[in-house]
Every structure is written in structure tokens, then in C-alpha cells.
Design a protein around this ligand. Structure first.
Ligand code: NAP
Ligand code: GCO
Length: 265
């Protein structure tokens, strides 16, 4: 049974793998046996991350590549296929957020979030799917969010992108299913990474950030998640164990989506 979770001899590409959730998931995929390919936009960060992966015993290979640039993505995939082999597992993780109210947000700022968080996964999936179809197997995992289901003030562009990513996941599952390619999503809850650091910043008097307290009150697990909480879910969706799971968004949120919230004292 456990062999169904092995990723031995598989090539896994994790976009945005230099830190945060991407590094956590890539590490898990490597520990399950995959060769890890990862990318991000900053050369220094890619170099440092590659050294960190290797120091942790992970066979990792980094690329400087912006997921919104189709030519860079195509070149990366071509190089990966010539040096390592075709991608078996794609994790579309790269993403940004801009916390700006609608009326204060420029169209350019809105578009930047949509480009990275929604169009990027389309570009990278389109680049790897032909080889998966040729091979007759593949796994595509899109990193969605609580905001694929819920809204909150100031994250409109992000919620629009992540809501779209949920439906992109379901629709690609419909198109690729006949080729034995499973397309699913992971929807992390609130995870302690650089992206959410501003929401957890301790106050001047040393007390917890109001948003920190808010999330704790909305999470049955009564804690923020960490990247390691996503290790099991991503290995499951990347492995043979999920070959009949398709078009599903697996929420890894400590129960947030099930909870109306703690009654204020
Ligand atoms: P993070 O700490 O900000 O890391 C984002 C990663 O993506 C970095 O490696 C970043 O590197 C890379 N990246 C950003 N734009 C890119 C681009 N255009 N091309 C290539 N790489 C790019 O974010 P995180 O918290 O780990 O989140 C990772 C994913 O999980 C995102 O999709 C996010 O929306 C999602 N998510 C996060 C949470 C959470 O609570 N943290 C919850 C749910 C979902 P460079 O900037 O150097 O390129
Ligand atoms: C925010 C947070 C969230 C998390 C995550 C929740 O400002 O509300 O950044 O959007 O990043 O997406 O699932």
C-alpha cells in the first residue's frame, strides 16, 4: 500500500520553490523519491534555495524563470526535458498577493496578480501537458486558497485569481482526464510564510497582531498552518494513490471552511 505513495523515478516541477509553501512541498516530493525541479524570478534566491535543498539531501535543480513569461517557461521545460526527462508532476505554486481596496487598486496592480496567480498556472500547465499526454500519465496540482471560496476586504484581485484557479483546475481535469492526467488543487488555510508575515507581525506592545487573533478564532485547529502541513497532501495528490481523484480541491485549512467562528467572550 505505501508503495502507492512513492515518487521514485518521477520528475516534479514546483513553481515558486525558493521558500515558503513551495519549498515545503518540493522538499516533501523529494523525500518521497522525486527529482525536484523548481523556479523563481530571482537568481540569487534560486541559487541559495538549490544549496539548501541539496544540504537537506534533496536532488533539486533550480531555474530562473517567471511563470508569466511563456518564452521563459517553454525554454525551462525544454532544458528540463533534455537534462532530466519530462515532467511527471507539476505543482503550480508561484503566486503573489496585493492587499489593496478595490477603489485604491490600479488596473496594473490587479492585472499583475491575475497574471501570476491565474495565467501563470495556465502557461506552465500548457507547457508540460504535451509530454504528459505522450507518456500517458501526469499530475497537475494547482495551489488555490481559502480565497477560492471566501472573500475578505483588500484581497479582491487575489480572490478573483484563486477563484479562477479553482475552475481552471476543474476544467483542465475535464480536458486531460482521458490521458490519465489528474488535475487537482490544494487550498491551504492560513500558513506562516513570508507572504502572510505582515498579518502576524507582533504589535509595538508585544501583543499579537489583531489579524493573528482573528485567524486563530476562525480556525478549529487554533493555530496557523506551516508549510510542513502540506507535505502529506501534496505527496498524496502527486502519487499513484490519487489516480482516481480528479478535479478536486483538497482544503488543508485546520477546519476554517467548516467553522462559523468562535463566539466572542
Ligand atoms: P511566498 O512566501 O510569497 O512565496 C512565493 C514564491 O513564488 C516565491 O518563491 C517567489 O519567488 C515565487 N514567485 C512569485 N512570483 C513569481 C513568478 N512570477 N514567477 C516565478 N516565481 C514566482 O508565498 P507562499 O505563502 O509560500 O504561497 C505560495 C502559494 O500558496 C501562492 O500561490 C499563494 O497564493 C498560496 N497560498 C498561500 C497561503 C498562505 O497562507 N501563505 C495560503 C493559501 C495559498 P520570487 O518572488 O523570487 O519569484
Ligand atoms: C490574506 C492572506 C490569505 C492567505 C491564503 C489563505 O491576506 O487573507 O494572505 O489570502 O494567503 O490565501 O488561504
Amino acid at each position: 500500500m505505501l508503495n502507492n505513495f512513492s515518487l521514485k523515478d518521477k520528475i516534479a516541477l514546483v513553481t515558486g520553490g525558493t521558500y515558503g509553501i513551495g519549498m515545503g512541498m518540493a522538499t516533501a516530493l523529494g523525500q518521497a523519491g522525486a527529482k525536484v525541479i523548481f523556479n523563481a524570478r530571482r537568481a540569487e534566491a534560486v541559487k541559495e534555495a538549490e544549496a539548501n535543498y541539496r544540504a537537506a539531501g534533496i536532488d533539486a535543480h533550480g531555474y530562473v524563470c517567471d511563470v508569466t513569461k511563456e518564452d521563459q517557461v517553454q525554454a525551462m521545460i525544454k532544458d528540463v526535458e533534455s537534462k532530466h526527462g519530462s515532467v511527471d508532476i507539476l505543482v503550480n505554486n508561484a503566486g503573489i498577493i496585493k492587499r489593496i481596496p478595490v477603489l485604491e487598486m490600479s488596473v496594473e496592480e490587479f492585472s499583475e496578480v491575475i497574471d501570476i496567480d491565474l495565467i501563470g498556472p495556465f502557461i506552465v500547465s500548457k507547457a508540460v501537458a504535451p509530454s504528459m499526454i505522450k507518456k500517458g500519465a501526469g499530475k497537475i496540482i494547482n495551489i488555490c486558497s481559502m480565497m477560492s471560496e471566501l472573500g475578505r476586504e483588500t484581497v479582491t484581485a487575489y480572490a478573483a485569481a484563486k477563484g479562477g484557479l479553482k475552475m481552471l483546475t476543474k476544467n483542465m481535469a475535464c480536458e486531460f482526464g482521458e490521458h490519465n492526467i489528474q488535475v487537482n488543487g490544494i487550498g491551504p488555510g492560513y500558513i506562516a510564510t513570508p507572504q502572510t508575515a505582515p498579518l502576524r507581525e507582533p504589535q509595538a506592545d508585544g501583543s499579537r497582531h489583531p489579524f493573528d487573533n482573528f485567524i486563530i478564532s476562525k480556525t478549529p485547529a487554533v493555530r496557523w498552518g506551516n508549510p510542513e502541513d502540506l507535505s502529506g497532501p501534496v505527496v498524496f495528490l502527486a502519487s499513484k494513490a490519487s489516480d482516481f481523484v480528479n478535479g478536486h480541491i483538497l482544503y488543508v485549512d485546520g477546519g476554517i471552511l467548516a467553522y462559523i467562528g468562535k463566539q466572542p467572550k
